[in-house]
Design a protein around this ligand. Sequence first.
Ligand code: DC
Length: 223
Amino acid sequence: MITAPFTIAIDGPSGTGKSSTAKELAKRLSIDYLDTGAMYRCLSLCAKEAGIEPGDAGLLTPLAQSLEFLFPEPGMVILNGIDVSNAIRTPEVSGRVSIDCAIAQVREVLVERQRAYGQGRSCVLDGRDIGTVVFPNAKFKFYVDCDPRVRARRRVAELVAMGHEADYEQVLSNLLERDHLDSTRAVGPLRRAADAIVIDTSNLSFEQQCERILSIVRAGTAS
Ligand code: DC
């Protein structure tokens, strides 16, 4: 059984279930979890409240440096002393975060903070560039993928369960647009690391996704 700290990098497009899986892994392995997307979302939330235009590198970079994050438990995000766990998930924030997070200087600042978080501890980080940029030497790398139509159907079901109206075609087109923006940006694009293990969740239940990753991590930490 290895006792040295180890990193699990989980990347993939949105809506694949990777964040829920990462959270569950952290819980079952009793290690820490960092949702790196939440950091970009916090930046966009603060920028929106400060009236900063999406993509304004000159104002967003110092703002990224000044943010004070706390992640007291998986799913909970405290920004500058305020619980923003829900506020960072609104359509307004989702609508601009792909633009704000594409700025090279912003990524430099937040990637450094993600590395600092993961230093010297065992943890799971999920995002788009964890295995390629943030922790290229992570002991475990996974790329979680899923058919966009399945992702859109799951998202529609979630929205309906929350009491919102949801149009499948609209949801699918938003999702494809976000995939395109995330995977074509110049810096830290969404990309599978050459040594990442692909987990396609299109036909997997949540429990199956978790078990598939857990069995690989357990095998890799047993010796
Ligand atoms: O995973 P999410 O949907 O909460 O991510 C929010 C946005 O941040 C999304 O546009 C992708 C981007 N992101 C990124 O560029 N790099 C990461 N490591 C994590 C998220």
